[in-house]
Design a protein around this ligand. Structure first.
Ligand SMILES: Cc1ncc(COP(=O)(O)O)c(C=O)c1O
Length: 341
């Protein structure tokens, strides 16, 4: 099977496994795991923040980000396609007691004007607008980069309006690879930032939340309350550290392959938006039927919002697999467009 469903499906490389097997370990709830301490320092430095906190998943680091920036009854503003809103099982309501308000915007972006129009006046009737969540790259928008200028603009508007800013940077290093702009430049405009090692960077587990030392201290407490305090977890964190040290540069290869895949699928007659990073969104008449037929041809992709399917390139996809996927999709075109029967 050629698995293009997600960049989360990768296997750890042999070198990563060695790094994991040799990692020095301690009890991280006591702050004594040397590998986790090194990883947290490394990522804080990389993102230009005072401190960082290791957690099992990007969902957890996003949800801790929401928790530390809000109080019960507050309102969180985010894009209608945001991962925090759609794919995190209602976490903001469940874990932080906040309500979310979704905003429209092209390509996962929110304009200053849209934000300004949505923030509630200070009045006893209204929830307090407290936090803006932004996502870069934007998953449901097809891996689109949030242009730095637009990001800085909406974030400065948020600050003027008295809001905090959280960045869901699950694929922030894809934005860096696509533009050459260091990830930390986006982070300057956010109070808290979540980054994942288990997406394009290829680690089996692990995300980090970065911010100022006081906020990350609070986040450490929240992680314990959410059940994410782990003990000798350096054994998995070593995979994350290896990924940040060795797999950031190579993300550009995934982007090249995504472009090849998009060109090939377009050549085979599909409607495909030009990819900016490692995600290719393809329009098909019947997504479920298409995916079923494509799977029989040995290729896996995943349904997305809005009648598209998502193909994602990653560490375990080589040029040969891209070519084979294009051939498989070419074979199913006619079949997938025919009505079921
Ligand atoms: C944009 C975005 N944010 C957050 C997450 C959550 O990460 P995890 O699966 O580690 O909880 C994902 C996962 O795919 C994602 O795509």
């Amino acid at each position: 099977m050629i698995d293009l469903r997600s960049d989360t499906v990768t296997q750890p490389t042999q070198e990563m496994r060695w790094a994991m097997s040799e990692a020095p370990l301690g009890d991280d709830v006591f702050g004594e795991d040397p590998t986790i301490n090194r990883l947290e320092e490394y990522v804080a430095e990389l993102l230009g923040k005072e401190a960082a906190l290791y957690a099992p998943s990007g969902t957890m680091t996003n949800q801790i980000g929401v928790f530390v920036n809000t109080a019960r009854g507050d309102e969180v503003l985010l894009h209608e396609g945001a991962h925090v809103f759609i794919f995190e099982a209602g976490g903001p309501a469940l874990l932080s007691g906040v309500q979310v308000r979704t905003l429209p915007g092209e390509g996962g972006r929110i304009s200053r004007e849209t934000l300004r129009g949505a923030v509630r006046p200070k009045d006893v009737h209204f929830p307090r607008s407290r936090l803006l969540c932004l996502e870069n790259t934007h998953n449901t928008a097809g891996g689109r980069v949030y242009p730095l200028e637009d990001f800085a603009s909406v974030a400065s508007e948020a600050r003027e309006l008295g809001l905090k800013v959280h960045l869901d940077g699950a694929r922030l290093f894809n934005a860096q690879a696509a533009t050459g702009i260091p990830a930390r430049e986006w982070c300057e405009h956010a109070d808290t930032v979540s980054v994942c090692s288990s997406k394009g960077l290829g680690a089996p587990v692990g995300s980090l939340l970065a911010g100022d030392a006081e906020t990350i201290g609070e986040a450490r407490r929240a992680r314990k309350a959410f059940g994410g305090g782990m003990r000798q977890a350096g054994v998995i964190a070593a995979g994350s550290l290896y990924a940040f040290e060795h797999h950031v540069e190579r993300l550009a290869e995934d982007h090249e392959r995504a472009k090849k895949l998009a060109d090939g699928l377009r050549g085979a007659g599909y409607g495909v938006a030009p990819p900016e990073t490692n995600i290719v969104l393809v329009e098909v008449a019947e997504p479920a039927r298409f995916l079923e037929v494509l799977a029989r041809e040995g290729v896996l992709a995943t349904p997305m919002t809005g009648g598209t399917v998502r193909f994602c390139t990653h560490l375990d996809v080589r040029d040969e697999e891209v070519e084979a996927a294009i051939e498989a999709a070419s074979r199913v075109t006619a079949d997938a467009l025919e009505p079921r029967g």
